[in-house]
Design a protein around this ligand. Structure first.
Ligand SMILES: Nc1ncnc2c1ncn2[C@@H]1O[C@H](COP(=O)(O)OP(=O)(O)OP(=O)(O)O)[C@@H](O)[C@H]1O
Length: 337
């Protein structure tokens, strides 16, 4: 659906060159939700804006539906943009127009017939849950409601793809969840492909099928959300995950536990969560495992269990027990001092 091949983008500011994108290649499949995550300045906004040519790449190729976007003339570009809706962190609503007009006006400018404008505006305000606020002005709406208007406005053009540039970044956690649910519904029920950028791990975990991790203008890692976040290879990805404050234990407790044994973080996926591994450790290896902390991460289609376990006992036995854990269908990370 969207294919970026060796895309680069260099901004020139006076005598300085800023390489915002360096040889970025990725593919977003039809019907999926694909997320790009990275810290501020990684190049995410520049990347997503290269899809509908709000930014023009300085190198590489961009394809949407197998169409070479960089070769399009003005008319072709207009047609392309009709296929691609976009929402932003700042909503970009017309402050002087009410909710209905915010959705209807761009359709009018496109020459859509009166009846069709009414039908589509009604339909998409219903889908985003704002039918009863059609006469309200943006200043009378909450952030979440404003983003819903922006989503209805994007959907009213009946796009094949929705680009989301940090759409939930300005929202509180509950409102973020509600907007993410709406994006899932848009993807599932309307069959719209979603390509989003975010700096929030939660957004990726909750709704994305696949993810690319960006750092300094490059994609450093990409794959399914389950793979990338349970078996992160790159330091940047690991940093994102550890930033989520999983199992942050007080330093004093940690050093105490490490004096009397080993600490391991176990990650259970799918079927592995049903195996009685801790009981097996105690029985088979004569060690004493105890649970220090635990939790479950809900990914889009799968839950992932995490346990922080302290293993006490004879040093060799503890080593053998950890070796046994590595041989199971579990991800094992030893926590060092
Ligand atoms: N129009 C521009 N002119 C000059 N430099 C730019 C421009 N747009 C982006 N940049 C630079 O390109 C780099 C990537 O910026 P970009 O906004 O794409 O990153 P980001 O990951 O989206 O970060 P943020 O979430 O903070 O926007 C940054 O160094 C930024 O300063």
């Amino acid at each position: 659906m969207i294919k970026l091949q060796h895309v680069s983008k260099t901004f020139r500011v006076g005598k300085n060159k800023i390489e915002a994108l360096k040889d970025v290649s990725l593919e977003v499949n039809k019907g999926e939700i694909f997320g790009v995550i990275g810290f501020s300045g990684a190049g995410k906004s520049t990347l997503i804006r290269c899809v509908n040519l709000l930014e023009r790449p300085t190198g590489g190729q961009v394809f949407v539906d197998d169409q070479d976007v960089l070769g399009l003339n003005k008319k072709g570009l207009r047609q392309l943009r009709r296929k691609i809706g976009m929402i932003f962190q700042g909503y970009n609503l017309l402050e002087t127009a009410n909710v209905y007009e915010n959705v209807a006006t761009p359709l009018r400018l496109e020459g859509v017939s009166k009846e069709e404008i009414k039908a589509r505006t009604d339909k998409y305000l219903e889908i985003v849950g704002l039918s009863d606020r059609r006469s309200a002005f943006p200043s009378q709406l909450s952030g979440g409601q404003k983003q819903r208007v922006a989503i209805a406005r994007a959907l009213a053009h009946e796009p094949e793809v929705l680009l989301s540039d940090e759409a939930t970044s300005a929202l509180d956690p509950n409102t973020t969840d509600a907007i993410l649910e709406l994006l899932l519904k848009v993807n599932k029920e309307l069959g719209i492909t979603v390509f989003l950028i975010t700096h929030e791990l939660n957004v990726i975990q909750r709704i994305c099928d696949r993810v690319a991790v960006m750092e300094n203008g490059r994609v450093v890692e990409q794959g399914s959300v389950v793979d990338v976040f349970t078996r992160p290879k790159e330091a940047m990805t690991k940093q994102f995950i550890s930033n989520e404050a999983k199992f942050l234990i007080p330093a004093s407790l940690k050093s105490e536990l490490l004096k009397s044994g080993k600490l391991v973080k176990l990650t259970f996926l799918g079927e592995s969560s049903k195996d009685p591994v801790l009981a097996t450790l105690a029985k088979q290896f004569d060690v004493l495992p105890s649970i220090i902390a635990g939790g479950i991460d809900q990914l889009k289609d799968q839950s992932v269990g995490n346990l922080l376990v302290h293993i006490k006992g004879d040093q060799n036995k503890v080593e053998t027990a950890i070796q046994f854990l590595h041989e199971q269908n579990i991800l094992v990370d030893e926590v060092k001092g």
